[in-house]
Design a protein around this ligand. Structure first.
Ligand code: GUN
Length: 292
């Protein structure tokens, strides 16, 4: 069993981006980070995004509207960022407070600054395999991890657990692409799927993204499977200073001995998501300069 080290792969991508950004003259790539309210997980993710941008030599601008902001006010902020030529990428951290329609907010972001890849146009480009679009960072990071861990997908059965806009759907669309690094047969499973363990047991590659702590157990996988664990769940743990520990969607102690390769939590997919966000922002910067 091999542990796929997301920190190591992310560090390689960050170093590549840093070298590229150093060659840019004048203004550096800039990402606007919008975090509404103070969800603890979101605070930690956005901090990591700021630190990574700084490490690469990119600019980041942080916007912290209160949890009471209305959808219309949030859209006004996005309109200002859309119109600002010194902003290349815009990220509105999910989840948003109740009462704000998340997809409407994602759609408000100009498609050419949508480095999260959640805009209708970018999802359409993903379906059309048009590489001028932006692919959501977590699924893009998963594909990069698999490629750099020498896992070929062609002809394999990839089972995606979860159908979210942020992970499940775009991950499935990527794995099924007509690309040498893809060409998989894909099954998407979700909360309404019948006989779920019978399907997950068929997986050559299992992408677990359902947001339920330690949901995947040993009886749900076949020996030799490659497991990508996207879950980031906080479970109470009195022995920790923070009072919690992070765990994935996979029960690591019993599932990992059956795997050929598996990503850990933390240190697997998480660092890749941030690296791919920066990669998308550099792409947005390059595309806007080419269009100018
Ligand atoms: N929340 C969890 N993952 C993500 C992500 O990739 N982008 C944004 N904006 N919010 C998230």
């Amino acid at each position: 069993m091999e542990i796929i080290d997301g920190n190591q792969v992310a560090a390689t991508i960050i170093a590549e981006l840093k070298a590229e950004v150093a060659t840019f003259s004048g203004r550096k790539p800039c990402i606007a980070l919008v975090r509404v309210g103070d969800d603890p997980a979101s605070i930690s993710y956005v901090k990591k995004k700021q630190a990574t941008a700084a490490e690469i030599g990119m600019e980041s601008r942080l916007f912290l509207p209160p949890v009471t902001i209305t959808q219309a006010e949030l859209c006004t902020l996005i309109d200002q960022l859309n119109a600002d030529d010194t902003v290349d990428g815009i990220l509105v951290q999910s989840p948003l407070p109740k009462g704000i329609e998340e997809v409407a907010v994602f759609r408000r972001i100009a498609a050419h600054k949508d480095v999260d890849g959640f805009h209708t146009l970018n999802l359409g480009k993903l379906a059309q395999e048009d590489e001028t679009g932006f692919v959501a960072c977590t699924p893009a990071g998963i594909m990069e991890l698999l490629a750099r861990a020498n896992v070929t997908l062609a002809g394999k059965h990839v089972v995606v657990l979860g159908r979210s806009l942020i992970v499940g759907k775009p991950a499935a669309l990527l794995a099924v692409q007509r690309k040498v690094w893809a060409n998989a047969t894909v099954t998407i499973c979700h909360s309404q799927t019948a006989n779920l363990p019978a399907l997950t047991r068929q997986a050559d590659v299992l992408i677990a993204a359902i947001g339920k702590a330690e949901f995947v157990t040993a009886d749900m996988v076949k020996p030799g499977v490659v497991v990508i664990d996207v879950g980031v769940n906080r479970v109470p743990d009195a022995s920790r200073k923070t009072g919690y520990r992070l765990t994935g969607d996979v029960h690591f102690p019993t599932v990992s001995p059956l795997c050929s390769k598996i990503t850990p939590v933390p240190g697997g997919v998480g660092p890749m998501t941030v690296a791919m966000l920066m990669k998308n922002t550099v792409k947005a910067y390059r595309q806007s300069r080419a269009a100018a």
